[in-house]
Write a protein that binds this ligand. Structure first.
Ligand SMILES: Cc1ncc(COP(=O)(O)O)c(C=O)c1O
Length: 405
C-alpha cells in the first residue's frame, strides 16, 4: 500500500487553491505535476553544478558530465535496458518520433512503402509519417476500431504486405486510456519481419515497462508526463538501429574527428545528440524516474486503476454521461461527454470548483472522427490523486449537469 498523503506532501503545487477551492488536478495526461525532489534537482544543478558537458576538463564540467551520464543509466535501468547507450536524450516524444521518421526516410523508406498506424494515434505519431508519405509517395494504413473501441487485431494482420516497412503505434491511447495488445503487436511484427515504434508517452507514466522483454525497435516518451520537467524525453533505439539509424540532424558533440573533407562520428547515444543538450532536464528526468521507482510502478498502476474503476463506475450511474472506451483494463485516463453539451462548457464549469480537466480533441482528431464527436472531457490520474477527489469531482459534475440544463 502506498501512503498517498505522504506522496501529496511532496508536491508543492497541490497545496494551493484554484478559484478559492483546493486544486483537484485531473489533467495529468497533458502534463503531470512535479515533486519537490525534481524541482530541487533542477534548481541545484543551476545553483551549484551548472557547466557544459563532455568536453571540459575543469571540475564543474566533469561533475555535470557525470550527472548527465548517470541520468542516462538510471533511465536505462528503469526500462530494463543493460546498455544505456540505447537511451538518447531528446526534447520529448514528438522530437523522438521526428528523429526516427527523418532518419528512416533517408535509407529505409522508399516510394510506395507502407507504414501501419492505429486509429488511436496522437497527431505527433501521424504527422511525421504523413509528411514523409506525401513527399515520397508513401502509404499510411490504419488499424481500425472494433465496436468497443479496442483495436481490431484481425484487420491489423490484413494490413501487412511486402511493402510494409514500419508499424508505429501507441502503447496507451491518450484519449481513451485503452492499452494496446503488445503481445499481438510483437507477434505480428516478428511474423512479417517489420520494425515497430512504440509511443510510450501515455504508458510510461502509469506502468512498469520492460523494453528488454517488449523488444521494440524504437520506444519514445516524455519526462513531463512522468513527474519530470518539460522539454526532456528519450528515444530508445534497439541495438540494430543504434548502429544504423541515419542522423536526422548533426553538429557539435556527435563526432570523433572532423576535417573539412570528412567526419568520423561518435558511437552510441552521443551520435544522436547534437549541440548542448537539456542537461538539467536529463537530471530532472532521472530524479523523477527515481521518485516513481521509490513509489513502485506496480503500486502506482494499482492505485491509478482503483481510481479509474471507481470513477468509471460512478460515471456509468449518471444518465446524462456518455463514456468512451469504458473498459476495466485501462491506464489512468477516462473520456466522456455530457449528452447534448459542449465539452468546453463542462470543463469551464468544473474549473470553477478547482477541478482541472482537459477538453477538446486531445490531438487525436482522426479518433474523434471515428467516435463521431468533436471532442470529449478527459480526466487523467497520477499517483497523488485520491478517491476523495474522484468523489468530489462526481458530485460537482452532477451540479454542472444540472446547471447546463
Ligand atoms: C500518446 C502521445 N503521443 C505523443 C504525445 C506528444 O508528447 P509531447 O508533447 O511531450 O512531445 C502525447 C502528448 O500528449 C501523447 O499523449
Amino acid at each position: 500500500m502506498i501512503d498517498i498523503k505522504k506522496i501529496r506532501e511532496q508536491f508543492p503545487i497541490l497545496q494551493q487553491k484554484v478559484n478559492g477551492k483546493p486544486l483537484v488536478y485531473f489533467d495529468n495526461g497533458a502534463t503531470s505535476q512535479k515533486p519537490e525532489v525534481v524541482i530541487d534537482a533542477i534548481g541545484n544543478f543551476y545553483k551549484t553544478g551548472n557547466s557544459n558537458i563532455h568536453r571540459g576538463v575543469h571540475t564543474l564540467s566533469r561533475l555535470a558530465t557525470e550527472q548527465f551520464e548517470q541520468s542516462r543509466k538510471t533511465i536505462a535501468t528503469h526500462f530494463h535496458i543493460k546498455n544505456e547507450q540505447q537511451i538518447i536524450f531528446t526534447s520529448g516524444t514528438t522530437d523522438s518520433i521526428n528523429k526516427v521518421a527523418q532518419g528512416l526516410a533517408k535509407h529505409h523508406l522508399k516510394s510506395g512503402d507502407e507504414i501501419i498506424l492505429s486509429t488511436y494515434e496522437h497527431h505527433s505519431n501521424i504527422l511525421p509519417w504523413q509528411l514523409w508519405a506525401q513527399k515520397n509517395g508513401g502509404v499510411l494504413k490504419v488499424i481500425p476500431l472494433l465496436e468497443d473501441n479496442s483495436l481490431d487485431y484481425v484487420a491489423f494482420e490484413n494490413l501487412f504486405s511486402e511493402k510494409t516497412k514500419l508499424v508505429a503505434i501507441t502503447h496507451v491511447s491518450n484519449t481513451l486510456g485503452l492499452i494496446t495488445n503488445l503481445q499481438k503487436i510483437k507477434e505480428l511484427t516478428q511474423k512479417y519481419n517489420v520494425p515497430f515504434l512504440l509511443d510510450g508517452a501515455q504508458s510510461a507514466p502509469h506502468m512498469r515497462i520492460d523494453l528488454n522483454q517488449i523488444e521494440p525497435d524504437f520506444f519514445v516518451c516524455s519526462a513531463h508526463k512522468m513527474y519530470g520537467p518539460t522539454g526532456a524525453g528519450i528515444l530508445y533505439l534497439s541495438e540494430k538501429w543504434l548502429g544504423t539509424l541515419p542522423l536526422a540532424s548533426t553538429g557539435g558533440g556527435t563526432i570523433k574527428t572532423v576535417t573539412f573533407e570528412k567526419t568520423e562520428y561518435a558511437e552510441g547515444a552521443l551520435r544522436f545528440e547534437p549541440g548542448t543538450p537539456h542537461i538539467a532536464g536529463a537530471i530532472g528526468f532521472a530524479t523523477a524516474i527515481k521518485f516513481m521507482d521509490e513509489v513502485g510502478m506496480n503500486h502506482l498502476y494499482e492505485h491509478e486503476s482503483y481510481l479509474v474503476n471507481h470513477a468509471q463506475k460512478a460515471l456509468k450511474q449518471i444518465r446524462e454521461v456518455e463514456l468512451y472506451g469504458a473498459n476495466d483494463h485501462k491506464a489512468g485516463v477516462i473520456s466522456f461527454n455530457v449528452k447534448g453539451q459542449h465539452p468546453f462548457d463542462v470543463g469551464t464549469l468544473l474549473d470553477k470548483y478547482g477541478i482541472a480537466v482537459r477538453t477538446g480533441h486531445h490531438c487525436t482528431q482522426p479518433l474523434m472522427q471515428c467516435l463521431g464527436v468533436q471532442g470529449t472531457v478527459r480526466i487523467s490520474f497520477a499517483v497523488y490523486n485520491t478517491i476523495e477527489e474522484v468523489d468530489f469531482f462526481i458530485e460537482k459534475l452532477k451540479k454542472v449537469i444540472t446547471m447546463l440544463q
